[in-house]
Design a protein around this ligand. Structure first.
Ligand code: GTQ
Length: 342
């Protein structure tokens, strides 16, 4: 390597090239190996929760449009992202508030953390949200949120912002009114797409799942039954993938979304994969060792497992973990890899 830069003719050549915005490949210092600059990080609920309530005192949803505390990876300062490809934010909405209607190219997911009585309206259908529910906002769908209940509601926002940003394809639009008119009955998407049935002549229109809501009671019930009657995976415990019922693929073209159950006493084998992930603890306590970091986790904590970082889980009691990652995009592009360690 040094010979390339200590040879005066080559140095002169490099300087000559630089003026023309060219560079010799043999002088490249950029690392070419798996993994990203993102680091493991945890945002603890006991610290986030009071600050969400403080945000609710300081600014209204009318002023903020979305009252969100973004979870920015400390190694990715200035990006607003939790991993190199994924955004994560905690959103709070108070009784009576509305987060006005807009649409954008990025796909969004909501994972409900605390409180009942809020809805997310997507293309004219109001989806009521309960803790543990996973709710989709497909690319370019009009969406607004409202709280018609009597308590604050908090959820985790996950967006695939880095993808449209990377491609220069990030458009957004404001709707003329604060709330969009209700044009579909509550539960209509569930009836069309969520009963292991599809409309007879249905052809998938978008790339994201048209099933707007994946309620927690069904997800939890499935995992609990599996945990009672079958053997866990060596690294993942019992892990299920949310499916786009119209295609059998991931819930989003970019983001893969999962829920997993770690039975009490479970100790997983170290594992790594090229998808970076954001986790949200739903139930239970345990620990996650991620690279050099070890996090003891509790309900509603959010943590990041960066790409290709070896990680393993331990469960002090039955644990339920929600997660989303960029695995869908990586699979679509043929990049995704995994490795289980002994
Ligand atoms: O609720 O539509 O955290 O557009 C960031 C951007 C939430 C939303 C975020 C958004 C939203």
């Amino acid at each position: 390597m040094t010979t390339a830069t200590t040879n005066p003719n080559r140095t002169e050549f490099s300087n000559d090239l630089a003026a023309l915005h060219m560079k010799p490949l043999w002088e490249r210092v950029m690392r070419l190996k798996p993994g990203t600059a993102a680091v493991p990080v945890i945002w603890r609920w006991e610290q986030a929760q009071p600050r969400l309530m403080r945000a609710a005192e300081l600014i209204t949803t009318r002023e903020a449009e979305r009252r969100v505390l973004m979870l920015e990876n400390p190694a990715l300062k200035g990006t607003t992202f939790a991993t190199t490809t994924l955004y994560a934010g905690l959103q709070v909405i108070l009784p009576g508030e509305i987060a006005r209607t807009h649409r954008h190219v990025p796909n969004a997911l909501r994972f409900i953390i605390e409180g009942e009585g809020a809805y997310s309206a997507v293309e004219g259908e109001r989806v009521m949200m309960k803790p543990g529910d996973f709710v989709t906002t497909p690319n370019w769908a009009w969406h607004d949120h409202g709280n018609v209940g009597s308590e604050p509601v908090v959820w985790l926002d996950g967006l695939d912002l880095a993808f449209p940003n990377l491609f220069g394809a990030h458009f957004r639009e404001e709707y003329p009114q604060e709330s969009q008119p209700v044009s579909h009955a509550q539960g209509e998407a569930g009836a069309r797409y969520g009963a292991n049935l599809l409309p007879a002549d249905y052809r998938p229109q978008g790339h994201a799942s048209p099933l707007l809501s994946y309620p927690y009671d069904r997800t939890r019930g499935a995992l609990e039954r599996l945990a009672r009657n079958s053997e866990p995976h060596a690294s993942h415990g019992f892990k299920l993938r949310y499916v786009n019922p119209a295609t059998g693929g991931h819930a989003f073209p970019t983001m893969a979304v999962f829920m997993q159950w770690l039975p009490k006493g479970y100790s997983g084998r170290p594992y790594r994969s090229t998808d970076g992930a954001v986790y949200c603890v739903v139930e239970g306590r345990g620990s996650a060792s991620i690279g050099e970091a070890r996090f003891d986790f509790a309900p509603h904590d959010v943590f990041v497992v960066p790409s290709w970082e070896p990680h393993q889980f331990r469960a002090d009691r039955d644990c339920v973990l929600f997660s989303y990652s960029d695995r869908a995009a990586q699979e679509a592009l043929g990049f995704w890899r995994e490795e289980t360690q002994q």
